[in-house]
Design a protein around this ligand. Structure first.
Ligand SMILES: O=c1ccn([C@@H]2O[C@H](COP(=O)(O)O)[C@@H](O)[C@H]2O)c(=O)[nH]1
Length: 276
C-alpha cells in the first residue's frame, strides 16, 4: 500500500487505528480450541468484526513463532485473510548483517517464496545501514524502524546522549537519509507523547507507528496533539485492549466495541485537525 493509498484509507474510513493481532493461544476463548487452527479462527473473527474501523493490522511474530510450525501456519493463514485495503504490518523487529536481513525480508515480503507478502515490517536500527537496506530493496514495501519505544527500558540506550543528541534522534536523522517518507516509518511509543513535538523536528513527514494506547496506558489525545501532521502521520496500534476485550462466544463483538470507541476518538481528532 502506497503512502497516498494509506492517507486515502484514513480519510475514507475516518480512522488511523491498527489492530494488533498478538494472539496468544492460552488467552483465546475455550470454544475455539475445537477448530483445526484456533488462532486463525480467532483472528478471522476479530478481522471480520473490525475491518471497517481500522486501516492496519499488525500480527506480532513472537506469538506465532513461539508455536513452531503450527504458529507459522496460523500466521500465513492470517496474512492471506487480511483485507487488501488495510496495511499489513508484521511486527518482527528484525535486524542483522546484510545477507541475513535479505532472508528475513524474503520471509515476510516474498509471497512467491514464503506465502507471506506483508506491506511493512518493523526493523531494529542498531546494526546500521547494511542491516536495513535489504528491506528497502522491495519497491512498495515499508520499513518501520524502532526509534523511541514504549518500553521503560527505552531509557537504557535510546536516551543515551551522543554529540549533544539522544541516540533515538540520531537514528531518525540518519535513517531519513536512507529512504524517504514514502518508504520509511518510525515506531514511537504512545507512552512517550511528550517527545512527539521533538520527534516531528526530525521526522516532519514520516508516518509514526504508535503502540502503547490501551493496555500500556498511553493517551491517544496527547499523541494526536503533539504528533499529528496535515496527512495525519499516525498509525496508532492497540492489541490486548481490543482482542481480549471479551472472553466468551461474544469476544468478537466485544473487540468491535473497543475498536469502535477508538475509531470514534480518532474521527474526532481528524475532524479537529481538519483532515476530514
Ligand atoms: O515500542 C514498542 C514497540 C512495539 N510494541 C508492540 O506493540 C504491541 C502493543 O500491544 P498492547 O497489547 O496494545 O500493549 C505489542 O505487539 C508490542 O510488542 C510496543 O508495545 N512498544
Amino acid at each position: 500500500m502506497s503512502r497516498p493509498q494509506l492517507i486515502d484509507q484514513i480519510k475514507q474510513k475516518r480512522t488511523f487505528l491498527c489492530v494488533g493481532l498478538d494472539t496468544d493461544i492460552d488467552k483465546i476463548p475455550e470454544f475455539l480450541k475445537s477448530y483445526p487452527d484456533p488462532v486463525f479462527e480467532f483472528n478471522r473473527r476479530i478481522i471480520d468484526a473490525t475491518h471497517d474501523l481500522c486501516i492496519a493490522y499488525k500480527p506480532n511474530a513472537a506469538f506465532y513463532e513461539s508455536r513452531g510450525v503450527n504458529g507459522l501456519q496460523s500466521l500465513i493463514a492470517t496474512y492471506k485473510y487480511l483485507p487488501k485495503n488495510c496495511l499489513s504490518i508484521i511486527d518482527a523487529k528484525r535486524g542483522d548483517i546484510g545477507n541475513t536481513s535479505d532472508n528475513y525480508a524474503k520471509a515476510f515480503f516474498r509471497e512467491d517464496i514464503s506465502e507471506m507478502g506483508f506491506d511493512a515490517i518493523t526493523v531494529t536500527p542498531y546494526m546500521g545501514n547494511d542491516s536495513v537496506t535489504p528491506y528497502l530493496k522491495y519497491d512498495g514495501k515499508w520499513v518501520i524502524l524502532l526509534a523511541l519505544t514504549s518500553s521503560v527500558g527505552s531509557k537504557d540506550f535510546q536516551y543515551l546522549e551522543t554529540e549533544g543528541e539522544f541516540l533515538y534522534e540520531k537514528v531518525i536523522q540518519k535513517a531519513n537519509t536512507w529512504a524517504g517518507a514514502d518508504r520509511l516509518m518510525f515506531v514511537v511509543g504512545a507512552t512517550k507523547s511528550t517527545e512527539f513535538t521533538n520527534i516531528r523536528k526530525y521526522a516532519p513527514d514520516n508516518f509514526l507507528l504508535v503502540p502503547g494506547v490501551g493496555a500500556q496506558g498511553g493517551s491517544l489525545q496527547d499523541v494526536c496533539k503533539y504528533g499529528m501532521t496535515p496527512d495525519c502521520g499516525l498509525i496508532v496500534n492497540s492489541s490486548r485492549s481490543i482482542i481480549y476485550a471479551g472472553h466468551d462466544e461474544n469476544f468478537a463483538d466485544a473487540a468491535r466495541a473497543e475498536a469502535l470507541k477508538l475509531q470514534q476518538q480518532m474521527q474526532a481528532e481528524l475532524e479537529k485537525a481538519e483532515i476530514i
